[in-house]
Design a protein around this ligand. Structure first.
Ligand code: KIV
Ligand code: ZN
Length: 515
């Protein structure tokens, strides 16, 4: 595909760069659910992880390669034979596979991080691409920290890796330093100066440290002629995040008059993808976030302006329903049967392994329907993920809770949970009901972890809504997020805290590819 092509490739890296955000690490099952949703959304390339990071990452890429058939599956690999071979092995069963190898090219990174000379970097980059070509013809090369690299050196490296067979050249703004015009022009200059530049598709990959990731990516496309954008759902990613997929896609679609490009994304799947990623990672979406924030569409947030009632185009440039907002459809209730529940799971794209998993989820659904008259899609997503967590062989499991708080006295919480299958009862006091609950759990768990984030969100609207709580714990340099949902937010907090403790307990160490 050349510069002239009208197709813009959407490369999603939620499962790799997104997962590098502190606390966002996901289990294999969680990654599979997101990968399936990305496939449903018709993402062109899914970067499923960094195979050499840990056995868990490797297994997740392997599983996704066996399941997802409509998107190309990609693994990141540093520019060395071990990483590349590991990526190739994980991708073995993919219908379409890509190896994405990278090496830093900026003077700062080469000298301070890699401790390599530019000549060394050039040689390593060439060898890495040559080695990767043994496994697939679809090779992406990224010049890490490209936006702070010297143009003359980039010309040499990129020409050489294309010569070795790289088919996609990615131009990362690794630290979010770029500004749109300069970023776009840098890509344009390189494409003009490198003799074989038309043999590869050019790609943009931007971080949002100055809030310009989407603008920089679009400048890379319009000025530079890039035809692939690397992005994540909800803009998830290290520090301030990556380019947000939903913003790129809707900009290209809504301003087709200007961009004159096509994307293959099914936009109706955007909001479900956003909710799924937010729920799994415990990163809430800010209400005023473009496209997927609760206030992004006036009518989705219940504010009906006079102008919109007369003609919605007066204030709305996109339709909420086109990106998958469903206006909190009530889908099931107390009287709904197992078949209706099963069918709704299918419609939501949720696959449970076997009939006994469906039965267990249905029992939970009935329990929830007893406490909450209207069940929404969001409730079902939360319920299934809760059920999956409790089926996993976990160290800590919530059983029950009773709590008392009254104006003028200290709240007290009694929590029953299990540690390695043994039931424990505990009591705690605190300055609020959540504090009392966490103190109760800690009196037995004694994790020594520090709580660095606690957030509560309503899953749907109204006071009947389930509360979704995120607890982020930090211990010995590891950061994990736990998520819990329940109509009682204190119970949701207890579940979230125990889920975070489980993640700390699982002790999965993984390598950050860029450090
Ligand atoms: O930001 C970056 O440079 C990266 C590369 C590994 C592509 O994520
Ligand atoms: Zn990145």
């Amino acid at each position: 595909m050349s510069r002239q092509s009208n197709k813009l490739i959407i490369f999603d890296t939620t499962l790799r760069d997104g997962e590098q955000s502190p606390g966002a690490s996901m289990s294999k099952d969680e990654k599979i659910s997101i990968a399936k949703q990305l496939e449903r959304m018709r993402v062109d390339v899914i970067e499923a992880g960094f195979a050499a990071a840990s056995p868990g990452d490797f297994e997740a890429i392997r599983a996704i390669s066996g399941i997802v058939k409509d998107s190309t599956i990609c693994s990141l690999a540093r520019a060395n034979e071990r990483d590349i071979a590991r990526a190739a092995e994980a991708l073995e069963s993919a219908a379409r596979k890509r190896i994405h190898t990278f090496l830093a090219t900026s003077p700062l990174h080469m000298e301070m991080k890699l401790r390599m000379t530019p000549e060394n970097v050039l040689e390593h980059a060439k060898c890495a691409v040559r080695f990767a070509r043994q496994f697939t013809d679809d090779i992406e090369f990224s010049a890490e920290d490209a936006s702070r690299s010297e143009v003359d050196f980039l010309c040499r490296v990129i020409e050489a890796v294309i010569e070795e067979g790289a088919t996609t050249i990615n131009f990362p703004d690794t630290v979010g330093y770029a500004v749109p015009e300069l970023y776009g022009n840098m890509i344009k200059t390189l494409r003009e100066r490198i003799p074989n530049s038309d043999k590869a598709i050019w790609s943009v990959h931007c971080h949002n440290d100055l809030g310009m990731a989407v603008a920089n990516s679009l400048a890379g496309v319009m000025i530079g002629g890039a035809r692939q954008v690397e992005c994540t759902i909800n803009g998830l990613g290290e520090r301030a995040g990556n380019t947000a997929l939903e913003e790129i896609v809707m900009a290209i679609k809504t301003r087709k008059d200007y961009f004159k490009l096509d994307v293959s994304i099914d936009t109706m799947q955007i909001v479900p993808a956003s909710k799924l990623v937010s729920h799994i990672t415990g990163f809430p979406v800010q209400p005023n976030k473009a496209i997927v924030g609760a206030n992004a569409f006036a009518h989705a947030s219940g504010i009906h302006q006079d102008g919109i009632l007369k003609a919605r185009e007066t204030y709305e440039i996109m339709r909420a329903e086109d990106v998958g907002w469903t206006a909190n459809k009530i889908v099931l209730g107390k009287l709904s049967g197992r078949n209706a529940f099963k069918q709704r799971l299918q419609e939501l794209g949720i696959t449970l392994e076997n009939e006994s998993d469906i039965n267990a989820a249905f029992v939970r659904f009935k329990e929830l329907a007893d406490r909450k008259a209207e069940i929404f899609d969001e409730d079902i997503v939360a319920l299934v993920s809760d059920e999956k967590q409790s089926q996993a062989n976990e160290q800590y499991r919530f059983i029950s809770l009773s709590q008392h708080s009254e104006t003028g006295s200290k709240p007290v919480s009694n929590v029953v949970f299990s540690i390695a299958g043994t039931e424990v009862n505990c009591q705690g006091e605190g300055n609020g009901p959540v504090d009392a609950t966490v103190n109760a759990i800690e009196s037995k768990a004694q994790s020594g972890a520090e709580l660095v984030l606690f957030s509560v969100n309503a899953i749907t609207t109204g006071t009947q809504s389930q509360g979704e709580v995120t607890m982020r714990l930090s211990k010995a340099g590891r950061v994990v997020n736990g998520v819990g949902a329940d109509p009682d937010i204190v119970v949701a907090a207890a579940k979230a805290y125990l889920s975070a403790l489980n993640k700390l307990h699982s002790g999965v160490e993984k390598l950050n590819p860029q450090l």
